[in-house]
Design a protein around this ligand. Structure first.
Ligand code: 5GP
Ligand code: ZN
Length: 136
């Protein structure tokens, strides 16, 4: 529990939220500024800033709840697809520094923007892979 963390306060109940799911380890709430109706954020109760510090156990529990939320959104909204997104660091769009997973219903032709412009195929893919592999 971090004193100045919005999501810790939401988990504790000090800041109100609209929950769709809660168990001993995870809480899922409606995003207050949704990308689309039904946008849910899934939050581990254990405070960790992002993917660089979360425990494997807490992360696994959180993604499993995100999976259940995705299925529920598909059923409730009959959406065409669902994005599961998780931002780490300001440069990656993280604004609340308590790890969370977004689950967003998607429809053919909607205006939600979570994409990127595909780059050209790199010529040095083996070199790139080697650089990453060394640190996994
Ligand atoms: P991030 O940009 O860090 O990946 O996502 C943070 C998300 O938390 C945003 O989509 C934002 O709308 C949501 N959010 C921020 N403050 C609150 C809050 O007090 N209540 C709820 N329900 N969502 C919040
Ligand atoms: Zn927190």
């Amino acid at each position: 529990m971090e004193d100045n963390c919005i999501f810790c306060k939401i988990i504790k109940g000090d800041i109100p939220s609209t929950a769709v799911y809660e168990d001993d380890d995870v809480k899922a709430i409606l995003d207050v500024n949704p990308a689309a109706e039904g946008h849910v954020i899934v939050i581990p109760k254990e405070h960790a800033e992002n993917v660089f510090s979360i425990s494997d156990e807490a992360l696994m529990k959180t993604i499993c709840v995100a999976k259940r939320v995705a299925a529920a959104l598909k059923k409730a909204y009959n959406c065409d697809g669902v994005n599961i997104i998780q931002n780490n660091g300001e440069a990656a769009g993280q604004t609340v520094f308590h790890l969370h997973i977004h689950v967003i219903p998607r429809y053919e032709g909607d205006t939600v923007n979570v994409g990127w412009k595909p780059g050209d195929k790199p010529e040095n893919m083996e070199e790139i892979a080697a650089k990453i592999k060394a640190d996994i």
